[in-house]
Write a protein that binds this ligand. Sequence first.
Ligand code: SF4
Length: 329
Amino acid sequence: MLELDLDKAVKAVKDKGAGKVAVQIPEGLKTRALEIAEKLEKEAGCEVFTFIEPCYGACDLADAKAKQLGAEMLLHFGHTRFLAKEELPVAYIPLHYSVKKAVLAGLAEKTAEKKPKQVVVCTTAQYLHLLPEFKKMLESKGLKVFAGKGNGVEQGQVLGCNYSAVKEVAEKATAIVFLGDGLFHPLGISFCCSKPVYTANPLTGELKELKGERELFLKKRSAAIARAMDAKSFGILLSTKKGQLHSRLALKLKKKIEAKGRKAFIFSANFIRAEDLLGIKVEALVSTACPRIALDDASSFRQPLLSPSELLVVLGEKKFEEYGMEEFS
Ligand code: SF4
């Protein structure tokens, strides 16, 4: 179950003495949008503006838009700080999964059964609060455990565009244990070091080693690259989201494409959606925005959608064997 610390939100507003507050919530929290607004209005005595655009990370901070609305502060729910500078006071309100101690202990037990001597542990924002306890449980089983400080993240935290907390300590370990759910992050971890990657899933209590999924993923990416090989025109996607805005990279890729005698155009949007590209007649796309778009959402686009490093494979500047996830840290 997702736990929401609304008292922390109320306190943050009271501490700032803000009369008008903008609220940014992830999709999964929309069903509680009314509850959040009512609690803030009642207990912090403020007016609330709730943003309804989808938000998948603090890279998409709505600080400038909050300012535009006349808000005095922004409450950003569900993600940790990503940007170094904010245009008005921002409070980051965590969204945590509550997990029974027995489940966590079970995962530590299953990890120890695999007999790795030294492990790196990492997780995402929703499970970050569990990491110190999980680390202790593993240590009590005789394992040496490392959690990297990372760059621009919390200790042990990974983002789909930032695996620095793993890279920093990976050499010390014989395996990496990702505390969390889903496939995207374990895949990313597998490309930043050559150690076995385990997912310790606190929602199911299962421990699973990443194996065939990596090969399947590489097959899909290889197919997308093959489809783009003969493309004569490319659309480079540039997001206007603050933490995803990589205009220099977009311009650099455009030049590279043109140097190979092919055409390249830059298309910009805040939220990059396949339907907005329907009338655009390029033969392949390259995303400079969140790495998830090129990897998770690729099938919704008519054209092959590549990451910047996949484009380099198409242009003959990189070998497919050197495959890696895009990182922006
Ligand atoms: S760019 Fe993507 S992976 Fe990185 S923080 Fe934003 S949503 Fe997450």
